[in-house]
Design a protein around this ligand. Sequence first.
Ligand SMILES: [Fe+2]
Ligand SMILES: [Fe+2]
Length: 189
Amino acid sequence: MPQVKELLVDTLQDLLHAETQLTAALPKMAEAANHPKLKEAFEKHLMQTQEQVARLEKVFQLLGEEAAPKPCKAMMGLIEEGQETIQEGQAKEPLSADLALIAAAQKVEHYEIASYGTARTLARQLGEMESARLLTHTLGEEESTDFLLTMISDPLLQQATLDDLGGDVNLESVGKTARATTKKRPTSK
Ligand SMILES: [Fe+2]
Ligand SMILES: [Fe+2]
């Protein structure tokens, strides 16, 4: 197989395994989520992930290659960490548990964004424009999910900060803390 096509097929095989594992992990994330918006986000992304698996299978078909998954150790590790986050969350305040779940989920999204970005670049290089279009569709869903998770975390983080300040709420210090927190948060792309 030509080397660039081989790179693409390797990336797709890795992604197929990663996405398939996620279809099993996301229901657990949804179940563990406390905030209804977070639960809903995980449930929605589960449906998207199932479509993404089908989209990957279509790309394999377009390339004339077998849709054979190759164990994705990185995603296996991220999912394992996600399981730990779920378990540790049971002893945490609901807000903290949700913020930790969001952090775990965003690591997954960023891994997917990196992989789909690479796959799309390789597909374009090969002139496989229909495959590149399908990969762009999925990449957009991963980016939107990452953005949505940041949006959901924002008020939760503000609330957790207020809770930490306890009964002794000084509005001026709340504002300062909130601003400091906002500054630290990475900007969404
Ligand atoms: Fe995905
Ligand atoms: Fe995703």
